[in-house]
Design a protein. Structure first.
Length: 105
């Protein structure tokens, strides 16, 4: 996350410098069409670069969605409690003598 912040901070600072150059030096107090187009292109470049930094597109190892979901489930056992209890109850059988057996024998 910190890398994306650095990219965004750089582009934000660059945007103010770009506006200063446009409005003070290139065409004072007037924004021309080509300047607006270049500014829009800079924004698109910002979005693409920030996305690439966020997903770390240059790395070859892609995250496996199933592994990420398993990791997310392990961190919150209280949310899975109802599901586990229902599964346990469906496998539980009570014998005539009062003993309980889990699953098939």
């Amino acid at each position: 996350m910190f890398k994306v912040f650095i990219v965004t901070a750089f582009f934000g600072t660059f945007a103010y410098i770009w506006l200063l150059v446009i409005l003070a030096f290139i065409s004072p107090d007037v924004v021309e069409v080509w300047e607006a187009a270049v500014t829009l292109a800079f924004f698109i470049i910002l979005v693409v670069v920030a996305y690439c930094v966020d997903v770390q597109i240059w790395k070859g190892n892609k995250a496996n969605l199933e592994d990420e979901l398993e990791m997310a489930d392990k961190g919150k056992p209280s949310e899975n409690l109802d599901v586990n209890l229902k599964r346990y109850a469906s496998q539980l059988s009570v014998q005539p003598d009062g003993t309980r057996i889990i699953g098939e024998l």
